[in-house]
Design a protein around this ligand. Structure first.
Ligand SMILES: O=C(O)CCC(=O)C(=O)O
Ligand SMILES: [Fe+2]
Length: 265
């Protein structure tokens, strides 16, 4: 795993709000990630539990943006091993410049053959904590190309983003009605070979194109919360029984729900 960062990469991440690391996984690691993700996604979609995936109505527009399976580390041993790797936490924490990293949620995002584009959006405003230092890891399990729906970023938007967001809806450009000043920023394509990692700040505007090919575009992602983050009142993926115990301002430090996978100290 190419998890060592140099100063240039850290500076680039802080300035642009995203960073591509090609060759992040070696061939053996990539084969392992593909196997665990394929298995965990298959299991999740087969299970009777309709929560934590978006394929309830597989013909809906959103189900055709990607097959989304959340929190696979909670139900699949191989995914638990991959997602709890301290090296991922250190990488995310070093880029974000924070003292500790907790998992917010992992999610497999598989854009199906001929899949819809992923509308421009921000991530952090969906979540149950508000932080300018949230960070996500997006690992390409297939070559991510302009043909099959690679990620695109609006560099620097993490510095001016507000809590306002647009949903991942049919209107790919809804975000630009909220942030018209971002229309003049040139989008950057994050095409990358399988095994690459792309990291982005939870407030960096991003989206992905349609999949024009007849093969899936698989990605495994994990969203991270800086240790010390507090509850903002939004439920998002918090379990209902835990959510019911929380008041705004409480630290989100439950090890079972948001495991600390790396700490600087
Ligand atoms: O994979 C995609 O199409 C979108 C990914 C995304 O929005 C994310 O990882 O935050
Ligand atoms: Fe996103």
């Amino acid at each position: 795993m190419r998890d060592q960062l140099d100063e240039r990469q850290i500076a680039q991440y802080r300035e642009q709000g995203f960073l591509i690391i090609e060759g992040f996984l070696d061939a053996e690691e990539l084969a392992d990630w593909r196997k665990q993700v394929d298995e965990a996604v298959y299991e999740r979609l087969e299970s009777r539990d309709q929560g934590l995936h978006n394929q309830g109505d597989p013909d809906s527009y959103y189900a055709r943006v990607f097959t989304q399976c959340l929190k696979l580390a909670d139900t699949h041993e191989g995914m638990h091993r991959l997602m709890h790797d301290e090296r991922l936490g250190r990488l995310a924490g070093t880029l974000a410049g924070v003292e500790g990293i907790r998992i917010w949620h992992d999610q497999a995002l598989i854009k199906p053959p001929f899949g819809n584009p992923t509308a421009w959006h921000l991530d952090n405003p969906y979540w149950s904590f508000s932080s300018r230092d949230a960070i996500s890891l997006w690992v390409a399990l297939d070559d991510a190309t302009q043909a099959n729906g690679c990620m695109w970023y609006l560099p620097g938007t993490h510095l001016t983003a507000r809590p306002d967001n647009a949903g991942i809806a049919e209107d790919i450009a809804g975000l630009f009605r909220i942030y018209p000043e971002w229309r003049s920023i040139e989008p950057v394509c994050a095409a990358c070979p399988a095994g690459s990692a792309v990291l982005h700040n939870g407030l960096t505007a991003h989206g992905a194109g349609a999949n024009m090919t007849n093969r899936p575009r698989r990605a495994m992602t994990c969203a991270y919360m800086p240790d010390g983050s507090t509850f903002n009142g939004i439920q998002n993926v918090l379990p209902a029984d835990y959510f019911a115990t929380l008041s705004v301002g409480d630290p989100l430090d439950d090890q079972a729900v948001n495991p600390l996978i790396w700490s600087k100290a």
